[in-house]
Design a binder for this molecule. Structure first.
Ligand code: GAL
Length: 389
């Protein structure tokens, strides 16, 4: 994209009309000669506010996403109204209501519950405000203009492959290991929050990958808790995952049964699970028998645990690129055009298939965390050593 520049208005798209309205501070479409079907006019991004609704600051990634989006938009001259909702749905609804009534030019929304914002999406549509779902799909409503995210199914596939590698069933090329143990190897499964569409895709990618091993008897799930409803972690809370792990250990591993691995869908949950395992006397490191635990988000505390031979893996999603993509999409709408999608099939939100732009993810292990996380400049070695940003 070009750097700072004026946006050319014109054409007949609703987005352009919205832009014009916002730019004119409510004077009405047509006052600069633009508007639906109008000739065109120029506005400065500084006259436009982009509303950014974020779920929570308890997960490191959302803080990074927010910072990156805000800076990226401001660098282009936009004004940004960014709000975090403390994982409270009514708070997020109010924040978005406010943004709509303040006349933002576009909305970027990372929802708490993807299905809970219908009234807000309808209000945005009525005001011709384009809505971009950020990382989490907005569901059960047609007024979602675009979706930027990572390949969420592949996140799950990668988590399962990392687990299979850690269990010795796959080799370092992720082929069937020549010296694979016969099993059965015992694992337990954790999922994210059921109201987050991503949780279902992570789960599906992982389960599709693990099922052949479960069917073959190489892997077993001693608790028998193999439905996403049983494995779910409401609101992605670390404490909840830790408690469930503690319960699983006392209920299903009290007679000397060995636990070999845990599918964990996000780093804070991984750390809660690891706490429960270590408190039960396992490990404390992988070399000393700690079960293999997966992760997601490459949070600094988990990268340190990977460096320290405690957490086995995580999935790195470069939120800098996601923020950039969200800004590209925002600019496209504000220019009266459509952002480029690279997936127009996967993300059916229950009412329509939302055109999407998916980014790739990377698996992070002890063998490559330096290259992926440090050499790339994402974290410094000092941050990894201290486990803090
Ligand atoms: C998901 C997101 C993950 C993780 C999780 C918990 O929607 O894609 O990266 O952060 O929420 O916040």
């Amino acid at each position: 994209m070009a750097t700072r520049r004026n946006f050319l208005l014109g054409g007949s798209s609703a987005a352009a009309a919205a832009l014009l309205l916002a730019a004119c501070g409510g004077e009405g479409a047509g006052s600069t000669g633009g508007g639906a079907g109008g000739g065109g006019g120029e506005v400065d991004p500084a006259d436009l506010t982009v509303g950014v609704a974020m779920p929570t600051q308890t997960y490191e990634r959302w803080v990074a996403d927010g910072n990156n989006i805000k800076k990226g938009l401001e660098d282009k001259g936009f004004t940004v109204d960014m709000q975090y909702a403390d994982d409270d749905i009514p708070t997020q609804q109010q924040q978005i209501d406010q943004m709509v009534s303040n006349g933002v030019a576009a909305l970027l929304i990372a929802s708490i519950d993807g299905a809970s914002l219908s009234a807000q999406l309808d209000a945005a549509a009525a005001a011709n405000i384009p809505v971009i779902a950020y990382d989490r799909l907005l569901t059960d409503n047609e007024n979602v203009s675009f979706y930027v995210t990572f390949d969420n199914y592949k996140v799950g596939v990668n988590q399962a492959n990392a687990l299979l590698f850690g269990l010795g069933l796959l080799d370092e090329n992720f082929e069937e290991a020549a010296d694979a143990p016969a099993g059965p190897l015992n694992i337990e499964l954790f999922a994210g929050s059921l109201d987050d569409n991503n949780a279902h895709l992570f789960w599906q990618g992982a389960i599709d990958t693990l099922t052949p091993y479960i069917d073959a008897g190489t892997i077993a799930v001693p608790s028998g808790q193999m439905d996403i409803e049983q494995a779910a972690t409401q609101r992605w809370e670390q404490e909840t995952a830790q408690k469930r792990m503690e319960n699983l250990l006392t209920t299903h591993y009290n007679g000397g049964e060995e636990l070999h691995g845990v599918l964990a869908p996000a780093d804070p949950l991984s750390r809660g699970i690891i706490n429960a395992l270590q408190n039960a006397g396992l490990g404390p490191t992988l070399s000393e028998g700690l079960p293999v635990v997966t992760g997601q988000d490459a949070e600094i505390a988990s990268i340190k645990l990977i460096a320290d031979d405690v957490q086995h893996s995580t999935i790195f999603k470069d939120t800098r690129n996601l923020a950039e993509q969200a800004i590209v999409a925002t600019e496209a709408f504000l220019n009266g055009s459509e952002p480029e999608a690279n997936d127009t099939e996967t993300y059916d939100n229950g009412v329509k298939v939302v055109p999407s732009y998916l980014l790739e993810v990377q698996m992070v292990l002890a063998s490559n965390y330096e290259e992926i996380m440090v050499d790339s400049g994402y974290y410094t070695q000092e941050q990894v050593d201290s486990g803090q940003l």
